[in-house]
Design a protein around this ligand. Structure first.
Ligand code: CP3
Length: 323
């Protein structure tokens, strides 16, 4: 989860020469950047270098990714007409470079670790489209959802069909797992999640049925909506640090795997604290299988690389010795 970018000096050096989008559209560079954390940190999986905003270009949305801020949309979508004018994504013709990046990355990784493909979930993408820029409480999004349900459902309909075909195209191109990022969905109540989001995330996952590709369903602030998210689908649930991992597992049920959930801020501290917080998570998991150790959200830009490297090494050693 944004493990390549932001904090690795090797990545920042490449970014001095190329914009984020330039990298995304250059399959060889993408492969190189995706492999950096595998080589430098020793992580067990690579994530495709792309951004959740990328496929929106193919739907007719103009955006930029502003340094240190995030996605900014020039003309945000706030009425039925603007939503109606969005086209449905045709992955092979709209984003061929993503599929080429997958082939190039798979080749470079040479079966050392699996490659995770991904897309933004309909809700999180809708929030960027409606707000126009990152906001704290997604007020415009919630307002549109409540006030103009027809516009909302049309937008979610288009996004879910587009993201479903996009993930399916990534699976065809060779990714080993996919992750649906619903990063900001934690601002909704369970009832609103059920009405306005669930059917659409469910539809995205339906495009991968029967493919044998594990699906990871991620969000932050989701402690109160985990049961609803489970209904929407996924084999693995990504959780943040606001809920203890054992409590989240009890809520989700033991027939799913869990990814998480160290607070990324812990990586800004020192060795002993990082270790004790890590041991706490691993102890809560115990001998249960199906845990993917991860942070609860993306690595913070100011994180010392050595702390991350040591964390990966420690998790490997600790879990090996436990058998
Ligand atoms: O490890 C990786 O970097 C993998 C590629 C990746 C990027 N974005 C590239 C990127 C992935 C997996 C994403 C996902 C993404 N993008 C999400 C979902 C995951 C999450 O963390 O919640 C979201 C919400 C976005 C939207 C986005 N893109 C934001 C909010 C920002 C700015 C904040 C920041 O600095 O991360 C971006 C920019 C972005 N996308 C960067 C990278 C590496 C930042 C560094 C840069 O500009 O080069």
């Amino acid at each position: 989860m944004r493990q390549a970018g932001r904090f690795l000096p090797e990545y920042r050096k490449i970014r001095k020469k190329y914009s984020l989008i330039d990298i995304c559209k250059n399959p060889e560079l993408c492969a190189e950047v995706s492999a950096l954390p595998v080589d430098i940190l020793g992580v067990d999986a690579a994530i495709l270098f792309a951004d959740i905003m990328l496929p929106l270009e193919g739907m007719g949305v103009k955006f930029e990714i502003a340094d240190g801020i995030g996605p900014v949309i020039r003309s945000s979508l706030n009425n039925f007409q603007s939503v109606k004018s969005l086209t449905t994504l045709e992955p092979d013709s709209d984003v061929p470079y993503v599929m080429e990046a997958i082939s190039a990355t798979k080749k470079l990784l040479d079966s050392r670790v699996p490659l995770i493909g991904f897309c933004g979930a309909p809700f999180t993408l809708a929030s960027y489209l409606i707000e126009g820029h990152p906001t704290r409480d997604l007020l415009e999004t919630r307002k549109l959802m409540y006030r103009s349900p027809e516009t909302w459902h049309l937008l979610m309909d288009k996004l879910s069909t587009s993201m479903g075909t996009y993930l399916r195209a990534q699976a065809n191109a060779g990714v080993d797992a996919v992750q649906l990022f619903d990063s900001w969905v934690g601002c909704l109540s369970p009832t609103d999640y059920h009405t306005y989001v669930l059917p659409y995330s469910q539809r995205v996952f339906s495009y991968l049925k029967g493919r044998g590709i594990p699906c990871i369903h991620f969000g932050t602030g989701t402690a109160t909506i985990l049961e609803e998210m489970k209904q929407a689908g996924g084999d693995v649930f990504g959780i943040d640090w606001r809920i203890p991992i054992d409590v989240a597992w009890r809520k989700l049920g033991y027939d799913v795997a869990i990814q998480g959930n160290l607070d990324p801020a812990v990586l800004l501290t020192e060795r002993d604290l990082i270790r004790s917080r890590t041991v706490d998570i691993l102890t809560r998991v115990g001998n249960r299988s199906g845990h993917i150790f991860n942070l609860g959200h993306g690595i913070l830009p100011e994180t010392p690389r050595e702390n991350v490297r040591q964390l990966v090494e420690f998790v490997h050693e600790y879990t090996m010795s436990r058998g």
